[in-house]
Design a protein around this ligand. Structure first.
Ligand SMILES: *Cc1c(COP(=O)(O)O)cnc(C)c1O
Length: 399
């Protein structure tokens, strides 16, 4: 175990690892796991990694689970980095690579954060976890909690994807819908935390989910032979994956496995109907403002205010990246284009792909650049809606 402590992402205050923690006790902002990277470097080499199983647990030394503790795992990670020259040509970028997270257990990259988050909840002796979700996090956490024997309460918007509701029910989570947005679901969870002792596992409100998401960045670097592409495009809701990828690259640079100071430009993609981070980036603001009336077909991107927004904005600024908003019409068009070229992406992944022509048009991206787009979830998770019978809460009601 190479974890040294938890560090506040804003004020750098140190918190002890090894006991349940949510946010910084001083400023209420997200905590990040810190490692003794020198010791990791003495223990692990890129060559030593090569023979390990093709899951995200191959990076065990860079993950928070104590040595010898069996991870709660469904074999997540090491998703393919697919070369799609046809789709690349259609979108105006010959060097397009898609990291296909649709192949993760439960059909989205949320499996990675659930695997580390649920394992650490077990390690720390937590019994009942709770989360608001736009959909896929609920499905993933429900699966991993079922695997681990943890109790889970999930609250999602009434119009979340129906498949996500079915997943949560099938895996046995206490599942509720709310007449509102993920931010309203978050308020109900916060009350349950205060009154019922639930442990909150919302995006970046505990430090271990982002460690699982970090493995996407570790894998991209390893799959490219320990180098980074020129640009990484990430469909951004709460921003956990982008924060994780940025952290992965920093850690690999500190280990000396990647060239120091050479970052891919990180691009946050949002939907025009909910683009708080794009707006903040455009204004040069350090944090985003709540986006009123959020609405988009890309459910995973419907996050009106992300708790880790300032880290996302910092990652974009420091890597000379950018943020771009895509219309629902363009998301649907590009989803169809991608399917015609062999990849059935979810609407979030389609937004990521749609950023390629959008950034080409602005002259921000060159046709020959090596660009990695994260397809965060499978298109199979979004069939025609048939809703299960579930209790429907008023925004101010109790489950
Ligand atoms: C949750 C989700 C996102 C957004 O992820 P964040 O890490 O919260 O930004 C994107 N795509 C899909 C499919 C998701 O489920």
């Amino acid at each position: 175990m190479f974890v040294t402590h938890l560090e506040c992402s804003a004020c750098s205050r140190s918190h002890p690892a090894g006991k349940p923690a949510n946010l910084c006790q001083s400023c209420g902002l997200p905590l990040l796991v810190r490692y003794d990277l020198e010791a990791v470097g003495r223990h692990l080499t890129p060559e030593g990694l090569a023979g390990r199983p093709a899951t995200m647990w191959r990076y065990a030394e860079l993950l928070p689970v104590p040595a010898g503790y069996p991870p709660v795992t469904l074999g997540e990670g090491m998703t393919p980095l697919v070369e799609l020259p046809g789709l690349g040509r259609a979108l105006g970028c010959r060097g397009l690579l898609v990291k296909d997270e649709g192949l993760c257990p439960t059909g989205s990259f949320k499996a990675r954060g659930a695997a580390t988050g649920v394992t650490m909840a077990k390690v720390l002796g937590i019994g009942h976890v709770a989360m608001p979700t736009a959909g896929n996090a609920g499905g993933a956490w429900a699966a991993y909690c079922a695997l681990a024997g943890l109790e889970l309460t999930v609250i999602m918007p009434e119009d979340a994807p129906v498949v996500n509701m079915h997943e949560c029910v099938a895996y046995g989570a206490h599942t509720y819908l709310v007449k509102g947005l993920i931010s309203d679901a978050g308020k109900i969870v916060a009350r349950g935390v205060a009154r019922r002792g639930w442990f909150e596992v919302s995006t970046v409100k505990e430090p271990y989910r982002v460690e699982g998401k970090k493995t996407m960045g570790l894998e991209i670097a390893e799959q490219l032979g320990w180098r980074v592409p020129s640009t990484i495009i990430y469909p951004t809701g709460g921003g956990e994956g982008l924060i994780g990828i940025w952290k992965a690259i920093q850690e690999l640079q500190a280990l000396g496995w990647l060239e120091k100071g050479r970052f891919p430009r990180l691009v946050a993609v949002q939907a025009e109907g909910c683009a708080p981070i794009v707006r903040a980036h455009r204004q040069g603001a350090p944090v985003s403002q709540f986006w009123t009336g959020a609405g988009t077909v890309a459910a995973g991107l419907r996050v009106p205010k992300a708790h880790g927004d300032f880290i996302v904005l910092q990652a974009i600024a420091e890597t000379e990246g950018t943020a771009v908003a895509i219309s629902d019409g363009e998301i649907e068009r590009v989803q169809a284009v991608a399917a015609k070229h062999g990849l059935y992406v979810g609407p979030e992944g389609a937004a990521g792909l749609a950023a390629v022509p959008a950034l080409r048009d602005r002259g921000w991206l060159d046709a020959g650049e090596e660009v990695v787009v994260l397809n965060t979830g499978s298109g199979l998770k979004y069939p025609a809606p048939v809703r299960p019978e579930l209790p429907v809460l008023e925004v101010d009601a109790e489950p």
